[in-house]
Design a protein around this ligand. Structure first.
Ligand code: GLU
Length: 313
């Protein structure tokens, strides 16, 4: 009897994690948020889950880390659910930038001065201001509740050390947010909007949480294990498209060629990806390559996708 793919993954992943882990020595952990500099540089972990709830874990899959930019996918979805497409796309565009994730260059150069897409910092800050709620506390509470629902983990919470560390040092994001306010992109007080943004970036997860959230995207918004419809299919389609075109910073084209799956990475070394209709995948490897993606994590995903022919293209 031939082995199923998931059985093969169970056999292969522990070895693949150990061989790719060696690449961690060639990267660096993020340090511009001082608390992130404490991340374990040699860590590499992965969790993969399918619609039947069968899963595979390997390496440091129990490590906790903050979502950082991965959270932007899900605040975008919540903003779409709160405001509809026109409400969101009046304030952010649909195009990749080719600039750094924290660049504000094009806000001045390209009219009408709205962020190019919701996955760069300027765009995600604009999205934070679109989350429904009477106060920043209420907006953040709704974001956290949504993430708990998608991850099927009621105990998901903030890493307050990372939250404070980012908030205390965010000169660039702060200047960008004031610029956006002046361009008429942000609703409400700038510091309130930033607080919502810093909080969702600091939500603390494991690879299992990311895999559960990815599984919902892989099944067009329905949790295939519970059968619950959590996100309208159209908004999942929009989120997956942004993940494909801009999810891996300025290596999104290379990732599309080498791996060929929608994905989003964050500066903490997390990557959320999915095989449509099949798997949700969460990965962490805090050592980053020069483009800001997990150096060992990207190599591991290339090996998996190429071995099992997962590319969508
Ligand atoms: N909170 C981070 C920042 O604003 C997120 C960056 C990222 O993960 O790309 O700089």
């Amino acid at each position: 009897m031939s082995l199923t793919e998931i059985q093969r993954l169970q056999t292969l992943l522990p070895t693949w994690v150990e061989t790719n882990r060696l690449l961690c020595a060639n990267g660096k952990v993020a340090s511009y948020i001082p608390e992130l500099a404490k991340s374990p540089i040699d860590a590499l972990g992965i969790h993969l889950i399918n619609a039947q709830g069968n899963s595979v874990s390997a390496g440091n899959s129990e490590l906790t880390f903050t979502m950082q930019s991965i959270s932007k996918v899900f605040t975008l979805i919540l903003a779409l659910m709160d405001n509809g497409e026109s409400g969101v796309f009046d304030k952010v565009g649909m195009e990749p930038t080719g600039d750094n994730f924290n660049s504000m260059l094009k806000l001045e150069l390209v009219q009408p001065g709205i962020p190019f897409n919701p996955l760069i910092n300027a765009g995600a800050i604009a999205i934070s201001s679109l989350i429904a709620g009477e106060s920043p506390t209420e907006k953040s509470r709704r974001v956290l509740e949504f993430f708990r629902l998608l991850s099927n983990n009621r105990s998901l919470d903030y890493d307050l050390d990372v939250y404070r560390s980012e908030s205390d040092t965010a000169n660039l994001n702060r200047s960008m947010a004031y610029f956006l306010k002046d361009n008429g992109v942000l609703e409400g007080a700038v510091e309130d909007v930033l607080d919502v943004y810093f909080r969702h970036c600091s939500i603390c997860v494991t690879c299992t949480d990311l895999a559960q959230m990815a599984l919902v995207l892989a099944h067009n918004g329905t949790n295939p294990i519970t059968g619950e419809e959590l996100i309208p299919r159209r908004y999942v389609q929009i989120a997956k498209t942004f993940m494909t075109t801009c999810g891996m910073y300025n290596a999104s084209g290379e990732f599309a060629i080498q791996v060929g799956l929608p994905a989003k990475s964050g500066v903490s070394g997390g990557i959320l990806t999915l095989v449509p209709g099949r798997y949700g995948i969460g990965l962490v490897g805090p050592s980053l390559n020069r483009k800001g993606n997990s150096i060992a994590g990207v190599a591991l995903l290339e090996q998996m996708s190429q071995t099992f022919d997962w590319s969508l293209f």
